[in-house]
Design a protein around this ligand. Sequence first.
Ligand code: V47
Length: 358
Amino acid sequence: MSTLKKIEDKINNHESLTKEDGLVLLRSRDILSIGKLADAEKKKKVGSKVFFNVNCHINLTNVCVSRCRFCAFSCDKESPEAYVLTAEGAMEKIRAASSALITEVHMVSGLHPDLPFAYYLEIVKSLKSEFPSIHIKAFTPVEIKYFSDISGFGIEQVLGRLKEAGLGSLPGGGAEILSHRVRHQLCPKKASSGEWLEVMRAAHRTGLRTNATLLYGHIETKEEIIDHLITLQMLQKETGGFQAFIPLPFHPANTMMDCCAMPTAFEQLRMISISRLMLNNFDHIKAYWIMSGLKTAQLSLFFGADDIDGTVVEEKIAHRAGADTATGITKEELIRLIKQTGNVPVQRDTLYKEIEAY
Ligand code: V47
């Protein structure tokens, strides 16, 4: 029996895959067989639905004390490129995007040395009072940990205050690779793996759903990728609070690691499929079109992805690092891309409530 056949039998028996299974998949070049298994798992969960949302991204500041080696977006306070949006400036951007009937604001930012926690609370409150029906998905666990450090409040208090102000859920960023070795080399100044997981655990306890990501294609080993997936699978078993998993291909341009090559379509499709197969307790696997490109995102829908993210409007993190996609896309274009694959496009809200099928 081939090893892939053994893995297929395990999947059909609803068994979780082990580290060894994950490594077999990640070392395999047979992406069509792996993709077929992942597509079957996707279909078992959601049939022929593929989800998207109508959202906008906003980054309050690019000033960041962490200065991770993989990040092209952040800068020091003194940099000529440094910016900080005022609460009114942030609201202006959201007002402009609201004409497209967005249902979600996705907000993540640098770790600014001077802004107080009250600044973030005020923005969440203003947004919620002017647009009560828009869901605010904001602040990665790294930011939450930083808010706790600068405010003196515990993690649960920070989450509680943000939730009270109108925060609806947390995005999955800042996970990078949940490995001490990698974080020590790439991002030693920010939340550790344990702290990232602890914030996620606390958010789930507080009743906030979250996503999770993985940043791959830099200095990580195959073992570290699979360990990351198994760690997430275990936390999901414990809390059930994760909604979607989003593998992010590393974009090297303008970073301190610009000698890396961006993961190819082959690697990205394999990663999407492996995510679906290893994370059998996650409902959704997202192909983030901004980072994969529209073509690979569309193909991902045959390899286990059931979500393509949203309209986005204005994206800075991947584009500063060389992404050659548009920074936003229309809802009609997303629907067209999904329909071509034979799937049914379903507009969802942030918590995966179905708004309309097309
Ligand atoms: O946290 C930073 C990563 C993340 C680079 O939760 C980079 O629904 C690639 O988390 N190349 C931000 N990636 C994006 C993110 C996200 C996107 C869409 C949806 C959701 C969600 C989350 O991007 C950062 C970091 O992990 N990142 N620099 C880079 N050069």
